[in-house]
Write a protein that binds this ligand. Sequence first.
Ligand code: GH3
Ligand code: MG
Ligand code: MG
Ligand code: MG
Length: 312
Amino acid sequence: FYEANQLQKDIKEVAQALVRNDTKKEFILIIDNDMAFIAYLKNVLEEKGFSVIVAHNGKRGIELIYEVQPAIVFLDIALPDNDGFSILNNIKKIKKDRTFIAIMSSQPSKENRIRAYVLGAMDFVAKPVDEDILFAYVANRLAYRKELEYAIVIDELTQVYNRKHFEGQLKMLINQYEKIGEVFTVAIIDLDFFKKVNDTYGHLIGDEVLKGFATLVKELKREQDIACRYGGEEFVLLMPNTDIGEAYQLVEKIRQTMAQKVFTVNGTTFYVTFSSGVMAVNQQYKHSKKLLEAADQALYAAKTTGRNRTVQ
Ligand code: GH3
Ligand code: MG
Ligand code: MG
Ligand code: MG
């Protein structure tokens, strides 16, 4: 059975988890028209440090979902304009990894529950709600969402960012360049003769090399640089606020360190090098496709002139 002091411990654990995960900056949206309930819920959540926003009707609720992208939405069914179900219908396209939508209703009938799930609600919470249960619930959902958000942008094998994230970041940097002229540089990095590594030592060792390389990049890159796996044995390094000269030096440092890194399999040692093409954004190359093509051409030059080198 659940002892009272265990309950107190668990409640404390929830509070600590919320601080640890730094999830308090997240917005929680309440869409409800019961003023007394809103006041209670808002107060309880704000006391714990959450940012709470409120919509008293469906129309405003939908607006706020798109404007604020709250982490959690508590959505009532009985609203003065659209009911909760039509709101669910309206926001079908909202990303589930971004916004978690729970119906919060005092009519937890079988029909309502099924309807909510069919229309894409992630959960159905019955009113009234207990504040301790609510915290445990919110902490649980925010921790899950954090994990999900991480999984969506990270390459599982190498633990650097994946291609999807890279593309988003590149677009953002190009916007920054167009808006305020902030220069950035991109390096495409391709491991040399990697097929031979696989053929000689096997794919599992090949995987270890990819991981080893990624770890090395993470150690040597600066805080602001964004390391990504572009695909296979190809990586990109995005260097915000960095001109071509600085970028070249950084990539060269990584290249030289990699070239000296010893890999060991059953007592045999080997080395793996990479080639890289580096290109900075400029007036001529300010579209992602063009910029990457130019970096790719530099990479091709590095490959054809002997590999284990950086070309700008
Ligand atoms: P080059 O110096 O011209 O780049 O030669 P390369 O052998 O590195 O290039 P190629 O494109 O011919 O081969 C890339 C190899 O990378 C082929 C593919 O099997 C291997 N590869 C791609 N993804 C992975 C992976 O996740 N793990 C392992 N172990 N190998 C991979
Ligand atoms: Mg209501
Ligand atoms: Mg390749
Ligand atoms: Mg290669």
